[in-house]
Write a protein that binds this ligand. Structure first.
Ligand SMILES: [Zn+2]
Length: 364
């Protein structure tokens, strides 16, 4: 019986994928390489980044778009006031990231990813946070949150498909900087066995579903749902876990962590939306690490955070028709009127790999 249900679920997913493919086909479906180059140029021009003064151009639009967009993002950091400019820059960098995969693409995107991760890991190791939290966007739904009392990672994944994913030395450095690593669910784009091993080897804590990766044992392994009453105390912070799901097939923990005087929530790939009403009755969420494709605005409406940071854009191992990039995120935010000028409602930040943003503690 179980097998039949699993078979039906796989068939349903296949049909759903086929329909999406036929109807949607992905952000850049049918665009030729020269079309992509033109889209990238137009977006860069709209962002004011074309013909920038001193940067060396390689003549390869893939590399030049990545570098020009990155330069723009560095000079217009995510602090809530650069929305329109950053939107164009993120939509521009979206084009080379989603270009056809070949060796040149793997090199170019891999080198940017590697550089961004190196920068973030160094910042995570050295930043001194005295109030509130600093949040770094890593690969996919990967985030690191640092407060005065702890540094925790969610769904840290080393990146893949391109050259230069986070290597062993980088993962070791990151594990050294983290106090705890949370895994929402055991899908390959959300977890990394090598990183979790590095965490445990360094005496750090890991938090995951009760039914997965049973080889991890010991006092530093926390499992939710589990026998222990919530909240758990993990690395000096209070942790609440709500077990939802992704599609009908996979359980997914939504984590609530109290740190820096704030309540931080990580959505994982959860699409069981009734969970958010339950969470809202029990917590006042300050910072939501939200998922760009998993009913993001329903989640925002459900828990009413003060700040949302979007994640899961450009999980580039997903086929293009199942991948969600920056343009789609901004369209959804537009539709929900989640864009500046910020009133009393939730603010949103959209970050690139390795970028960070700050959110002050309640008393500031
Ligand atoms: Zn995912």
């Amino acid at each position: 019986m179980k097998k039949q249900i699993a078979g039906a679920a796989v068939a349903a997913l296949f049909v759903a994928g086929l329909v999406i493919w036929l109807v949607y086909g992905g952000e850049y479906a049918g665009e030729s390489p020269s079309d992509l180059e033109n889209i990238a140029r137009r977006r860069l021009a709209e962002a004011g980044e074309i013909g920038g003064a001193t940067r060396v151009k390689t003549g390869d639009w893939l590399v030049d778009t990545l570098e020009a967009s990155l330069h723009g993002l560095e000079t217009h950091p995510s602090n809530g006031s650069n929305w329109a400019r950053r939107r164009k820059l993120l939509e521009a960098i979206d084009v080379p990231i989603n270009a056809r995969k070949n060796d040149a693409w793997r090199r170019a995107v891999g080198s940017v990813f590697r550089r961004q991760m190196d920068k973030a890991i160094t910042e995570i190791s050295t930043a001194r946070i005295t109030g509130g939290v600093r949040i770094w966007r890593m690969y996919n739904m990967g985030f690191v949150v640092k407060s005065a009392e702890a540094t925790v990672g969610f769904d840290i994944h080393p990146g893949w498909v391109f050259d230069n994913p986070m290597d062993e030395a980088q993962q070791k450095r990151l594990a050294g900087a983290l106090d705890a690593a949370f895994v929402s669910h055991w899908h390959a784009d959300h977890c990394s066995r090598p990183l979790l091993k590095q965490m445990l080897a360094a005496g750090k804590k890991i938090v995951l579903l009760d039914s997965v990766a049973k080889e991890f044992t010991g006092e530093n392994v926390f499992r939710i749902p589990g026998k222990a009453a919530l909240p758990l105390r993990v690395a000096g912070v209070s942790v609440y876990g709500y077990t939802g799901r992704q599609f009908p097939t996979a359980r997914n923990n939504v984590y609530i962590v109290r740190m820096g005087g704030l309540t931080v929530m990580h959505q994982g790939d959860n699409d069981k939306t009734p969970l958010y009403r339950e969470i809202a009755t029990e917590h006042k969420v300050d910072v939501l690490l939200g998922n760009c494709w998993a009913k993001l605005t329903t989640c925002i409406e459900g828990v009413s955070p003060r700040l949302t940071i979007t994640g899961h854009e450009n999980e580039i191992k997903h086929p293009s028709f199942l991948r969600s990039g920056y343009p789609r995120t901004f369209r959804e935010l537009d539709d929900a009127k989640l864009a500046p000028p910020w009133g009393d409602g939730p603010q949103v930040r959209v970050l690139f790999w390795g970028e960070h943003t700050d959110w002050p503690g309640a008393s500031v």
